[in-house]
Design a protein around this ligand. Sequence first.
Ligand code: ATP
Length: 650
Amino acid sequence: MVRGLQDGDRIVQGSINGSRDESVTGAKGEDPRLLRWVAGQFRPYRGKVGLVGVLILVTAGLGTANPLLVKVVFDQALFVPGGPNVGLLGLLVGLMIAITIVAGGLSVWRAYLTNTVGQQVMSDLRSRLYTQLQALSLRFFTATRTGEIQSRLANDVGGLQTAITDTASTILSSTVILISTIAAMSMLSWQMTLLSMAILPLFGWQALVAGRARRRVSAKTQVALADMSAIVEETLSVSGILLTKIFGRQAAETARYAAQNERLTALQVRQQMIKQGFSIGVVTFFSLTPALIYLVAGFAQDVSPGTLVAFTSLQFQSFTPLSQLLGTATEVSSSLALFHRVYGYLALTPDIIDSPTAVPLPTPARGAVQLDDVWFSYDGAAPMSPNGSTNGSRSVTEHRWALRGVSFDVAPGMLVALVGPSGAGKSTLSYLIPRLYEATRGAVRIDGIDVRQTTQASLAQTIGMVTQDSYLFHASIRANLAYGRFDASDADIEAAARAAQIHHRILEFDDGYDTVVGERGYRLSGGERQRIAIARVILKDPRVLILDEATSALDTVNERLVQAALAPLMAGRTTIAIAHRLSTIRAADVIYVIDAGRIAERGTHEELLASGGVYARLYEEQFGAGAVEACWDRGGDNGYPQSHAPTRTC
Ligand code: ATP
């Protein structure tokens, strides 16, 4: 069914911005595509759905039999001249009991089938949504709150449970029961049946109004739920709670949560009131109609007591499916808002996918990396042409380019350092190589193959990244390391940990390699986390290594350890390092100085210093004469600075 959505009318990834997008919240009108898609979810289970239909027909038929038998009981067995016909009465009562038991058994079977199908449809939706989210590019995740995503998976899909498990079977069973009941009523008296049904259009209209109101409130409720999930995720994650505590914002965050909670409560009360107010109205009216029937029967005079009792019990019997149908109509309306939200994510077209002609990179790859006139804008759109020409508004739009015409060639095995001021575009450039983002213009090639023409899986296999924020899963150190290579043996894992200078530290923990690192690895120090991240990449053994050598989290001891860990990692690979350490910069075959999205200079450390350009200025401004040596060399081969080295990191 997801395939069916991948037509031209899909929403391109990136057009959704948080939960406010109308196409996702269901604020727009009814969408026939949505209804078709909802129906399509049940297609794999059509056999079971068909069986449910048959069971509904049978139980509905059995349901009308008893009231009709009541007429026979009254008119032919109970109130007959000469006293009750006990033999016939016993037979009829036995039949009524048997019918009730069989109908009950069939109803249980039907409930089992509808629940199974409903839960399977929900499980399919959840899996499809998760698979879709995994396929979306980084751009989506930087623009969407994690809590919002979690809410769609949990609250929105969860909220569909009643609609998915009950709606179809309720509509079918209620319709069948209603039709058969009305047919039975008509057999008894078509005039009284007409009278009973005359008022129905009024309820239909009421159901429509209530349904629309519920849908509106339901859409708002799901947005409020998502907002609450986002607050929880943001403020109760380890980083969030740390920030809250550091800034003493617990009271403010509690108040923010309470306000959101209040809003959600009010919406939920409104939602319940619309639902219950409507059903109370329906039930009240239904309770009154039998009185009208007695009145009509009084005027008609030729109605037998048996007919009257049978008719009113059929009439009572019709109330349940009627009110269920009307209730379901409002339920479906509110569920559509949830379906809209789930469909909204499923209908996104991932902006980075494997081309149908994609070929895997050769294994092992040589590791040549080439950027050919690469322009990149986070906006996705091209606000101006690469040569800088716009419709006369260059100064307004120019700043939207994060990279402007970057070209370089890195030969296999080379060490390249990227340096430059903050915000220059260094990290952006590093994201384009493994195709986490796609160049807006120009090409990125690995071993001469455009990354758009190769598979994402082979790119991930060829390229390894150590980022500044070394993310670890809440799992054991062993499991975190094995993430680099699932089939790694314990010996492989230990060898990688030794190379990354973390093995002995791991052994100092009570549980050694089985120590659970805590949420995002917060139970470890920044340096330990980084060395584990390095060991993880050593295990992966990528041909091309991208290194964001941040040392801001590290003390001098850890920095030296990380430095030592990096050496074996870089050996024999193509390395592109966003370099902060002088040891890396000095060892680099080429240094590229990135400034405002362009390559401003290239050369070796000495060449760049001698040229007196941006690099020399950066060197002078940031570290001052002498200080930079102390700072950049700290932890390098020269060991610690002897003097009062600056405490700032590089
Ligand atoms: P630093 O050394 O401080 O990490 P950098 O050179 O790595 O900086 P980038 O992170 O590549 O710089 O950022 C380049 C530009 O792109 C900056 O102006 C930044 O604000 C912008 N930018 C970065 N990430 C995004 C994003 N996800 N969406 C929009 N703009 C972004």
